[in-house]
Each structure stands twice: as structure tokens, then as C-alpha cells.
Design a protein around this ligand. Structure first.
Ligand SMILES: [Zn+2]
Length: 261
């Protein structure tokens, strides 16, 4: 497999298990562990059962007993706090915790994973921000909830925008383009996040959701240097990552995990 490492991301290979990590978050590896899984030889996470993750957790040195998932990610703006192990969550799109031994596991195929880590309060978050979640500002709402819940200052939060469908591939029609334009024109000139293109004589639009997610976090005072982008497009790399746009209904899911040791 091609090594996907870049300035912000590290491609880890340990036997059959491969995943991506944010270099910046590795600075806190004694307290927090994380990964974004890749299509692997034997690491099939198609069914999200804790026992499918046993080998991965072992490699990451995380406790599988603390595995916490969302039963159905609903493209909502709802974020919940996990207070104990084996908690059950359904029909929401974000989890926060400050409990050691708990890990937050969400699944993605083109949608943006937003991971949070607040080093001073040792609190984490894992957010599923598809285009609908982005329009509902779930990343911003999750960061605000994290600050309120744990007393985190806006200067003390690190945000990681993971691999997702990039502006190179997120082509939308007039209807979705208008939703983005109407919702986010206040963030600045819409040409910064909507590019025009032509395809078979039809007008097409390409949306940059990473730019929007960054602006939404900056809007509430998070320093721009604390917002780190993966710069990896899931569609461009669909040989190594599951992508709904590239594989349609057959697409599997990539799992983003963040856990406190
Ligand atoms: Zn792309």
C-alpha cells in the first residue's frame, strides 16, 4: 500500500494493521491514543462489534472494555457526553468524554471526522460531520459543549479535521450549493468555499467543507494554529479508504477512534 504520510499525518503499519495518525496528537500519546483506519488486509471493520477491534486496540494499547460507539449516526447536530464504560448511544453524531479508559469510535465514508483534545483538562471528542452536520455546525457546537462541560478554555483545545471528501471531489448540484451559500456567506466571500466547474455543459459546484469547518471553529475563538487538517481526500485515495462517492452502496466504513489511556 502507498504510504499516505504527509506533513500533518503519519501512516502507521503494524503487521496487517494500518492506520493514520495526526502527528500533533502523537505529542500527547502518553495520555491519549487515536487512529483513522484504512482498508487493510485483515482489518475488516465492516461490522462494528467490539471484537472486530480487538487486534487494533491491542496495537494501540487501548482497553477494549472502554470501546464506545454510536449505534446509528444520523447526520444530526447532537453531541452527548459519555460518563461511564459500556454506555449506549443511538441517533447522534458526536461523543465527548474525560473518563480515562474510555475510547470513542465513529465511522466514516467521505464525511469529516473532527477529533478534539483538550490537554489541560484531558478531555476528548469525536464528531461525525457530513455535509448535513457541517451545515448544522456540529463541530462548532461540540467544541462549545466541551468548553462548557469540562471548563476548557478556547485556547486550550486542539481540533483535528480528518480525511474526508475534498474540494477536488465534493461536487454538488444547485440545491446543495444554495444551502451552503445561504448558511455560510457570512463567513466571507463564498468563492472561498464554493468553486464553479463545468461538466457536460452543465454548471457544477465543488464545496470545501474543511475550509468551512475550520472557519466555524475559528469563529468561536479557537486559534487557527490549533486546527489541524489531514489534507487527505477519501475519494482521491479510495483504493486505501472507503469512500461513498467512489463506491456507492458497496462502500465500507473507515473508523476514527480517540481514547484516553
Ligand atoms: Zn479528491
Amino acid at each position: 500500500m502507498q504510504d499516505l504520510s504527509n506533513e500533518t499525518m503519519l501512516h502507521v503499519k503494524k503487521g496487517d494493521i494500518e492506520y493514520l495518525q495526526f502527528r500533533k496528537l502523537l505529542e500527547y500519546q502518553d495520555k491519549v491514543e487515536h487512529c483513522y483506519t484504512l482498508k487493510g488486509q485483515n482489518n475488516d471493520y465492516a461490522k462494528e462489534e467490539a471484537n472486530n477491534y480487538t487486534a487494533l486496540y491491542k496495537v494501540m494499547n487501548l482497553d477494549i472494555e472502554g470501546f464506545t460507539k454510536i449505534e446509528h449516526q444520523a447526520h444530526s447536530d447532537i453531541v452527548e457526553v459519555v460518563r461511564k464504560k459500556q454506555e449506549f448511544h443511538t441517533n447522534i453524531d458526536g461523543l465527548l468524554t474525560n473518563k480515562r479508559g474510555i475510547s470513542l469510535s465513529l465511522r466514516f465514508a467521505d464525511c469529516t471526522p473532527i477529533l478534539f483534545y483538550a490537554p489541560l483538562k484531558n478531555a476528548i471528542g469525536n464528531i461525525h460531520s457530513g455535509w448535513r452536520g457541517t451545515v448544522q455546525k456540529i463541530g462548532q457546537k461540540a467544541a462549545i459543549k466541551m468548553m462548557q462541560e469540562y471548563g476548557v478554555n478556547k485556547e486550550d483545545i486542539l481540533c483535528f479535521l480528518g480525511p474526508c471528501i475534498g474540494k477536488c471531489h465534493f461536487e454538488v448540484g444547485e440545491d446543495v450549493k444554495e444551502i451552503f451559500e445561504n448558511t455560510f456567506s457570512y463567513l466571507g466571500n463564498s468563492e472561498k468555499f464554493i468553486a464553479k466547474g463545468e461538466y457536460k455543459e452543465e454548471q457544477k459546484y465543488f464545496i470545501d467543507t474543511t475550509f468551512i469547518n475550520r472557519k466555524l471553529l475559528e469563529e468561536i475563538g479557537i486559534p487557527s494554529s490549533h486546527i489541524i487538517e489531514s489534507n487527505i481526500c477519501t475519494v482521491c485515495n479510495s483504493e486505501q479508504m472507503h469512500s461513498y462517492r467512489a463506491e456507492k452502496e458497496k462502500a465500507g466504513r473507515n473508523t476514527a477512534i480517540i481514547g484516553l489511556k
